[in-house]
Design a protein around this ligand. Structure first.
Ligand code: FCB
Length: 470
């Protein structure tokens, strides 16, 4: 028995990448230094000692990559622009050669019949702006609006899908409080200021993009983790609520006009003895500028345990799902679980609690180290299973009325996975970094069929997952 999971005619099947992770050419054609150049060049920051200087050399090999996308039948390609390629010191002088690169890429995509979906910020802040205070400083948000204007002016006639930011939680909390991404700070107050300025810069960029790119869709991409309490004890439940607040609700509530959640504000308040004066009159209104879609990045769940509670109950929810190679927490690694139910639950939650006009899954995927076998084939069965189960979960959510309009697999290519370097392979296309040779993995060949048929047969253990209870 198998059921064909059909998708709407207009459903957008895509793949995603980001500038620093694939482009290389870190100092070519007038590009300025980014915080990721600086960070990865700092010994000890990247687990395998590598950096993105060359990465997939996409800056030079992009015509070949677009050709590969065409053979897969991709309807859309989500990539990000490097801010310091466009504005080498973050504001002021525009580097036309940088804009030329993205303009050629956009033209190449359109010629291949592939819709470009452009993310403005996927973490490579110009180092010059970092030197002036980075995201904890309000001036960085002002500079972002200038960058958005430069991008819109040059590409707005051809790009009809804009994403202001990718995962502001990572660009703020992970980078400024947990110290795991550039600039590598461990300062909760700076992290919260960064989170606010990222959202504010989004709000300021929305009207700028609408003006320079008439008729386009503008949105933002957030990352969500399914946060689930390890037990039903009050301590675990309270901690789970707070983690969900800092990770998910902080961003969603503000974007959807509800201001910041009171519990998260109270949690951070001790770090602001003078009050949170970085939130200025008019900011909430700016952040809640209406958007056309919400981008959703989903990979895994996290099971939350309050290890300090003296009277905690024994855990009843265990991390018992299959794991991928990727992990959270560099010091005390917790592998990512394969948990498609979390995507189903998340899409329902977003729809029923916030009702975004439209949603795209802008990233979803898995890292497994499988490489070419003797016959040259990459049999990445686990990745194919992961993607299949997650698309099935998304399909099931759509049956509840969730207005999901597209799915972008992360990632098109194996690439530089930030602090984890090249050890994590998320691509549906294998990259041999020594030769820059690309080989579509089995997951890519399977995905090509899904796109061609606009759906797939869910069979042999790939039935849509059940709702997670409790
Ligand atoms: C997301 C990032 C993306 C990639 C994947 C694995 O958080 O947006 O660049 O690192 O995780």
């Amino acid at each position: 028995m198998s059921t064909f999971l059909a998708f709407p005619k207009e459903f957008i099947w895509g793949a995603a990448t980001s500038s620093y992770q694939i482009e290389g050419a870190w100092n070519e054609d007038g590009k300025g230094e980014s915080i990721w150049d600086r960070y990865a060049h700092t010994p000890g920051k990247i687990v395998d000692g590598t950096n993105g200087d060359v990465a997939c050399d996409h800056y030079h090999l992009w015509p070949q990559d677009v050709a590969l996308m065409k053979t897969l039948g991709l309807k859309a390609y989500r990539f990000s622009m490097s801010w310091p390629r466009v504005l080498p010191v973050g504001r002021g002088r525009v580097n036309e050669a940088g804009l030329d690169f993205y303009s050629r890429l956009v033209d190449g995509l359109l010629e291949a019949g592939i819709t470009p979906v452009v993310t403005l910020y996927h973490w490579d802040l110009p180092q010059a702006l970092q030197d002036e205070g980075g995201w904890p400083a309000r001036s960085t948000a002002e500079a972002f609006a200038e960058y958005a204007a430069a991008a819109g002016r040059r590409l707005g006639d051809r790009v009809q899908h804009w994403i202001t930011h990718n995962e502001p939680w990572c660009a703020s909390i992970l980078s400024h409080q947990l110290g795991e991404h550039a600039p590598g700070w461990r300062d909760p107050a700076a992290a919260l200021r960064a989170a606010h300025h990222l959202l504010l810069s989004h709000g300021w960029a929305v009207p700028v993009l609408r003006a320079s790119s008439p008729g386009s869709e503008v949105g933002i991409t957030l990352n969500f983790e399914a946060k689930e309490a390890a037990s039903a004890s009050p301590a675990d439940v309270a901690k789970t609520r707070l983690e969900d607040g800092g990770y998910n609700r902080w961003f969603m509530d503000a974007l959807y006009g509800r201001r910041y959640p009171a519990d998260v504000m109270a949690h951070y308040a001790p770090h602001f003895p003078q009050g949170m004066d970085f939130i200025q009159p008019g900011d909430y209104e700016a952040i809640a500028a209406p958007i056309d879609f919400l981008g959703v990045n989903y990979y895994t769940r996290s099971i939350v345990r309050d290890h300090d509670a003296p009277d905690n109950l024994p855990p009843t929810r265990l991390a018992d799902r299959p794991k991928m190679d990727m992990f959270n927490n560099l010091e005390n690694p917790i592998p990512w679980e394969v948990y498609p139910e979390g995507l189903y639950n998340l899409l329902n939650r977003l729809h029923f609690e916030y009702s975004p006009a439209k949603l795209y899954i802008t990233e979803n995927g898995a890292s497994y180290g499988d490489g070419p076998g003797a016959d040259g084939h990459v049999a990445d069965t686990r990745r194919r299973e992961y993607i299949q189960a997650h698309i099935a979960a998304a399909h099931r959510a759509m049956q509840n009325g969730v207005p999901l309009a597209g799915y972008f697999v992360w990632s098109l290519l194996d690439n530089f996975e930030w602090a984890k370097g090249y050890l994590q392979r998320f691509g549906v296309i294998y990259v041999d970094y020594a030769t820059q040779q690309r080989t579509p993995k089995d997951s890519a060949l399977w995905y090509r069929e899904v796109i061609a048929n606009n759906g797939f047969h869910a069979e042999n253990g790939f039935q849509p997952p059940n709702v997670q209870n409790g």
